[in-house]
Design a protein around this ligand. Structure first.
Ligand SMILES: Nc1ncnc2c1ncn2[C@@H]1O[C@H](COP(=O)(O)OP(=O)(O)O)[C@@H](O)[C@H]1O
Ligand SMILES: Nc1ccn([C@@H]2O[C@H](COP(=O)(O)OP(=O)(O)O)[C@@H](O)[C@H]2O)c(=O)n1
Ligand SMILES: [Mg+2]
Length: 210
């Protein structure tokens, strides 16, 4: 009988950041509700050739499509609660597979530890970095109440609940990545163009080759 020490070690290779046969770059864009994630993602798409995937937009599209999960998602959004990870991850994964780009901004995800761990386990994708828009609740509240997109969750009652969820569930995710030196924090309280100047400096290495 061969000793345990002599036994060949079989290392199972897990291909990191592969989506089918393409290698992808993913940036998580996080920050409280109203911090300007969607606004800045649109700028990044235009200047740096990323594809923007907003978890909230994908969930709202799922409600509109009349999917069997629609009512559950709608109720959770109205309450400011976080939809079960499997639903959101499937939407994000499908969107990345369908798109031929290999650079994605994932906006508003992961919003809690369950989101984060499940995404890592299911996709084996880790973010290149996490862009964190830091903004006071006072300013975010002002922006959300003026957003005027007809959203069922942009009312003061739901906004308060979303702030609480952000502090209790989403900030720990940012802390997790901060401990790995992966967080790039931006002062998001400034005017849109000034915030984008700071964003641009971070994305410079990803500049499109003309
Ligand atoms: N830096 C900023 N200064 C003032 N208003 C902003 C700024 N960034 C975004 N906004 C406005 O605030 C609202 C929320 O922005 P949005 O990008 O939808 O935030 P998020 O996706 O983080 O909730 C929108 O009406 C947007 O036009
Ligand atoms: N990862 C996510 C992202 C959004 N959501 C839900 O979608 C709502 C709106 O998310 P959003 O990212 O569009 O909101 P903003 O931060 O952009 O204002 C959240 O309050 C959650 O109810 C979720 O459940 N899980
Ligand atoms: Mg948004």
């Amino acid at each position: 009988m061969g000793s345990v020490v002599d036994a060949p070690v079989v290392v199972e290779e897990v291909a990191e950041n592969m989506l089918g046969d393409k290698k992808v770059t993913v940036v998580f864009v996080l920050g409280g509700p109203g911090s300007g994630k969607g606004t800045q993602c649109a700028n990044i798409v235009e200047h740096f050739g990323f594809t923007h995937l907003s978890a909230g937009d994908l969930l709202r599209a799922e409600i509109k499509s009349g999917s069997e999960n629609g009512t559950m998602i709608e109720n959770m959004i109205k309450e400011g609660k976080i939809v079960p990870s499997e639903v959101t991850i499937k939407l994000l994964q499908d969107a990345m597979i369908k798109n031929e780009n290999d650079k994605f901004l994932i906006d508003g995800f992961p919003r809690n530890e369950e989101n984060r761990a499940a995404f890592e386990n299911v996709t084996k994708i880790s973010p290149a970095f996490v862009l964190f828009f830091d903004c006071s609740e006072e300013e975010m509240e002002r922006r959300l109440l003026g957003r005027n997109q007809g959203r069922v969750d942009d009312n003061i009652e739901t906004i308060r609940k979303r702030f609480k969820v952000f502090v209790e569930s989403s900030l720990p995710v940012i802390e997790h990545y901060n401990a790995k030196d992966k967080v790039k924090k931006i002062d998001a309280a400034k005017p849109i163009s000034e915030v984008f100047e700071d964003v641009k400096a971070i994305f410079a290495p990803y500049a499109k080759v003309a």
